[in-house]
Ligand binder design. Structure first.
Ligand SMILES: Nc1ncnc2c1ncn2[C@@H]1O[C@H](COP(=O)(O)OP(=O)(O)OP(=O)(O)O)[C@@H](O)[C@H]1O
Ligand SMILES: Nc1ncnc2c1ncn2[C@@H]1O[C@H](COP(=O)(O)OP(=O)(O)OP(=O)(O)O)[C@@H](O)[C@H]1O
Ligand SMILES: [Mg+2]
Ligand SMILES: [Mg+2]
Lengths: 227, 227
């Protein structure tokens, strides 16, 4: 499903260069459940943004579903993001003027779903995340963990085949964090592919495969064998 | 230092009322190290914002340093926040157009510190948080954990007597999280008061006293006796 070869990403700041990714090689098959860990600033979100077709590498190759992403148009990328990928951002990226329900409806509006059905699907997604009493709250009327859960609901509502989750439990208490992991495991059993960045080992070990990134390179890539 | 009696906070949304705090009683002395845990949406950040003089309760009393906070003017509250309290926000609240160094200098500008000294203090604070190579990066040129650390540096740079930290390690890998805790312990040994919201038990147990909040009420308040 995902084939990444010698992926590099550098940022140029005046005279300085920051190499966020320095030659990443990675293959992920359909229906895998992969966790990514690594120190702060090591390149995890940068890699995730490229996987999610939100950013382009400086060099290297990214094949998604055998499609060379670098040769796609903006419209094609937009469609891939909307139809195939559910992205949960480290900083949530909710629209401040829309309430929780409207934020979750947004991807359904883009994919042209009819009004009543999309309201139903959005409500269902929010209920699944324990937010049925917060649907009309705007982001600034929600707690940190509630905003995080709205971001998760929004990523799941279009039933995408692959879920990219960047620190999905960073603002959640342990119990709610495990409830989120239960949802990811259900989605995984339904055939979806899950890639999850986390800094919490108890979360990472619930995936089938663990990747460690340091300084823009993958330093470990192994199956979790604690079954 | 802090005396809170029957503190309540409610939000009115159309016909509905959300009771975020439902009668909180809490006394914290100078030089305590207190952790606050509880489920997502239970009222932790709401309590913290009132403690930090950023928000006012619907009813109940808050005495800070024997001063009745409800009778202070906005200017007086502003001065208390700038001089006495270092606040680390759950959502960082960095200014997007300023780089890391400028963001950390901001509280020093408000307290009238001279230009060269404040640059020195800001650089020192960022170095302590491992960010000496990121001083000229704006928030959108930083990783999630780097932004979190800029927010921490900014809270510490004025050398406040009390530090209110809302999920300070939520976006940090385990090792960096423990480095932050080492900094808090140093500050505590220097005589400062630390109040810290976290959802991670390994972080909470490093405080001397643990408080648990559920549904707007304190359900547990005990010394950590695992010494
Ligand atoms: N402006 C507001 N209007 C309405 N309800 C609000 C508002 N701000 C917060 N709330 C509600 O108050 C409750 C407490 O919020 P608070 O941010 O204190 O929770 P928290 O314990 O910090 O949660 P988390 O662990 O998720 O950060 C939540 O249920 C939230 O939805
Ligand atoms: N626009 C940018 N310009 C310059 N440097 C950048 C930019 N965006 C990210 N970086 C740098 O690239 C590196 C990798 O960032 P990235 O966000 O991928 O880290 P991360 O592993 O997700 O970290 P965290 O765990 O803290 O979220 C960081 O050192 C960061 O400072
Ligand atoms: Mg990140
Ligand atoms: Mg909170």
């Amino acid at each position: 499903l995902i084939e990444i070869k010698d992926l590099r990403k550098k940022y140029i700041m005046g005279e300085m260069e920051v190499e966020a990714l320095r030659g990443v090689n990675l293959n992920i098959s359909t229906n895998e459940f992969v966790s990514i860990m690594g120190p702060s600033g090591s390149g995890k979100s940068t890699l995730m943004n490229i996987l999610g077709c939100l950013d382009t590498p400086s060099s290297g190759q990214y094949l998604f579903d055998s499609i060379d992403i670098s040769s796609r148009t903006d419209d094609e990328l937009s469609e891939i993001r909307n139809q195939k990928i559910g992205f949960i951002f480290q900083t949530f990226n909710l629209l401040p003027k829309l309430d929780a329900l409207q934020n979750v409806e947004l991807p359904l509006i883009y994919s042209g779903v009819e009004k009543h059905l999309r309201k139903d699907l959005a409500k269902k997604a929010l209920k699944r995340l324990g937010l049925e009493n917060r649907m009309n709250h705007k982001p600034n009327e929600l707690s940190g963990g509630q905003r995080q859960r709205v971001a998760i609901a929004r990523a799941l509502v279009t039933n995408p085949g692959i879920i990219l989750a960047d620190e999905p439990t960073g603002n959640l208490d342990t119990k709610t964090g495990f409830e989120i992991m239960e949802i990811f495991k259900e989605l995984h059993q339904e055939g979806n592919t899950i890639i999850l960045i986390t800094h919490e080992p108890e979360i990472a070990e619930q995936a089938d495969r663990g990747i460690i990134i340091r300084d823009g390179l993958i330093t470990k890539d192994a199956l979790n064998t604690t079954i």
